[in-house]
Design a protein around this ligand. Structure first.
Ligand SMILES: Nc1nc2c(ncn2[C@@H]2O[C@H](COP(=O)(O)OP(=O)(O)OP(=O)(O)O)[C@@H](O)[C@H]2O)c(=O)[nH]1
Ligand SMILES: [Mg+2]
Length: 568
């Protein structure tokens, strides 16, 4: 087997003896045996270089490594951890030639590689293995994250390694479970690296937490780093990255979510440094869309967006798509497609584009029919979770799914309504927007959003009880601008006023030129309906109506998707 590290200038006999170390074994309950310590001490003494061994839990030698006089560079230990354990199942035992204890570099290796334990055999000036010094990682809440190194004479070391590592794993498991109840969710660490203020980071992380929750992910801890500029390779600083990886291990996180977009190279670089899965905000959003897509069109659009996102991230032809497309919990667009290579991914993209186009043609026909009847269209838009579907349901007496999760709605729903004096209009509920919507997603949903161009009025629904609503309004307007929709007449509606003090709500509305409503209270909707009528037909409502009056629902105009029964 191959000896790793600095072999230049070694005698053939020395190389031979190094290679033979692979045949040695250590009893399970010892860190290292006396004779094996003797062998590496001798080799180290002769060559003037550190010699290291990695050992697995069965006491087998996994790597033999030769370093410099004061440093050992570890080879790639492979990604796998030992079974369900959080430790790597490998310990490092190496020589120190100058009597020095474990160094800062040693401790960094310990945490970065999640080693079971790290030990130094201190070689005496006449080449004997005199002392053994070792340490190990500690559970969350300890600073520093490693135990104080213990030093004994080699033959006096009494640690029962086998029992020790079992105990340590128990301790880690207990400290994690006690801290947070997970209930079947995926445990994740959220990371935000910024050049701006920490306050912005907090706001952004709050939203990331909501996105994660929607995706069945529990953010167990957050890491914020402020730096003058982002690290081109890892985004986060190298030292902070090591800290992050250690934390993810201590907290038993299988996922690390970056609250920003990572380049394909960055995902790869960070992914290579850890066993945890690394995803960015876009991928999280794509994953939510994948879970939420129910109609054929929605599914096609999400798959298209996922493939476009994944394509540049396929480093080589051979890279399996599974790690990329698996999303958070491995929900890609179908298990069978996971092993696609680049070329097949491209073919699939083209096919999806054609299918979506066909569906779009169908939609366009329906739209043409509608516009030939000259029925005005009122479309509800707004930030995700603003209450669009709830309001739509209230006005159209429908049962579109509305819930306190992000992106509850993906597919457009349409109802035809009759106002007095034989006036009819069509109302649609659409997918919500979010800050920095992944561009692949916007592109894929272009067909759906195309509908908005036909709108005679856009109702921009805002959750005015959310302190972030000014930024949310801005984000929505940016998406509308991107979609070339700023020329459509718009009415700003501040929803969820029931959550605010009435006077505050009134002031907010006045300040923003918005109409206040609560989708949960029908009596607040009358001014809105009157305003809609006035805008659409350019005149005051024709008749006086009762406070709880609602337009008559005529039909479900939604194309190619079964909707709840409505009056004929
Ligand atoms: N208190 C209060 N809650 C509301 C109001 N309108 C909606 N909600 C709640 O807000 C949450 C989100 O409502 P949805 O109607 O699903 O929001 P949406 O804008 O359609 O969200 P997406 O489809 O996910 O973009 C739900 O839990 C609703 O019950 C309101 O006027 N007052
Ligand atoms: Mg909705």
């Amino acid at each position: 087997m191959k000896v790793h590290g600095n072999l230049t200038g070694l005698k053939p006999s020395q190389r031979d003896r190094l290679e033979k170390l692979y045949d040695r074994k250590v009893p399970k309950e010892r860190i290292i045996s006396g004779p094996l310590a003797q062998s590496i001490a001798e080799l180290s003494f002769e060559t003037g270089r550190q010699v290291g061994l990695t050992l697995d839990r069965a006491g087998r030698v996994v790597h033999v490594i030769v370093g410099e006089a004061e440093k050992l560079f570890l080879p790639d230990l492979g990604r796998a951890r030992a079974g369900r354990s959080r430790f790597r199942g490998i310990r490092l035992v190496h020589t120190h030639l100058r009597g020095e204890g474990l160094t800062r570099d040693d401790l960094t290796d310990l945490s970065r590689l999640q080693l079971d334990l790290i030990a130094a055999v201190l070689v005496s000036s006449d080449g004997r293995p005199e002392h053994l010094e070792h340490t190990h990682l500690l559970p969350i809440g300890n600073d520093p994250a490693w135990a104080r190194p213990t030093r004994t004479r080699l033959h006096e070391d009494t640690l029962d390694f086998d029992a020790f590592i079992a105990g340590l794993e128990d301790e880690f498991a207990r400290s994690t479970v006690g801290a947070i109840e997970t209930q079947g969710q995926i445990r994740a660490l959220a990371v935000h690296v910024t050049t701006k203020s920490k306050a912005d980071a907090e706001e952004s992380l709050r939203e990331l937490g909501e996105l994660a929750n929607t995706a069945g992910v529990l953010i167990v801890d957050r890491v914020v780093q402020r730096r003058p500029q982002l690290d081109p390779k890892f985004v986060i600083g190298r030292g902070k990255l090591d800290e992050l990886l250690l934390r993810s291990m201590q907290l038993d996180c299988e996922l690390i979510v970056f609250d920003q977009d990572l380049s394909p190279a960055q995902v790869r670089a960070i992914g290579d440094a850890t066993d945890a899965k690394v995803i960015d905000r876009s991928q999280l959003i794509l994953d939510i869309f994948a879970r939420r897509a129910h109609t054929r069109e929605g599914k096609l659009q999400v798959e298209l967006a996922q493939l476009r996102y994944a394509l540049p991230r396929l480093a080589h032809k051979t890279t399996a798509l599974s790690r990329l497309m698996g999303g958070v919990g491995g929900r890609g667009p179908g298990e069978t497609k996971l092993e696609l290579d680049r070329r097949r991914a491209r073919d699939r993209i083209h096919r999806l584009e054609r299918e979506i186009e066909d569906l779009e043609t169908h939609r366009a026909t329906l739209r043409a029919r509608r516009s030939s009847r000259e029925v005005p269209v009122v479309s509800i838009v707004g930030y995700t979770n603003a209450g669009k579907s709830t309001l739509f349901n209230a006005i159209t007496q429908s049962a579109v799914l509305a819930e306190d999760k992000l992106f509850a709605t993906l597919d457009t729903t349409t109802r035809r309504l009759r106002f007095p004096a034989e006036r009819e209009l069509v109302m649609t509920d659409t997918v919500g927007f979010i800050r920095d919507l992944p561009k692949d997603l916007v592109a894929a949903f272009k067909a759906t959003l195309e509908e908005l161009h036909e709108a005679d009025l856009l109702l921009h629904i805002v959750d005015c009880a959310d302190p972030r609503h000014p930024q949310q309004i801005e984000a929505v307007e940016r998406v509308l601008a991107d979609l070339d929709l700023l020329d459509r007449p718009r009415l700003r509606v501040f929803n969820k006023t029931d959550r605010l003090d009435p006077e505050l709500a009134e002031n907010l509305c006045a300040g923003a030129g918005a109409l206040g409503v609560s989708a949960l209270r029908r009596d607040t909707l009358r001014p809105l309906l009157a305003e809609v009528e006035a805008r659409v037909w350019r005149g005051p409502p024709t008749t006086e109506r009762a406070a709880d009056w609602m337009p008559e629902v005529l039909a479900d105009d939604t194309p190619s998707q079964p909707g709840p029964a409505s009056s004929p």
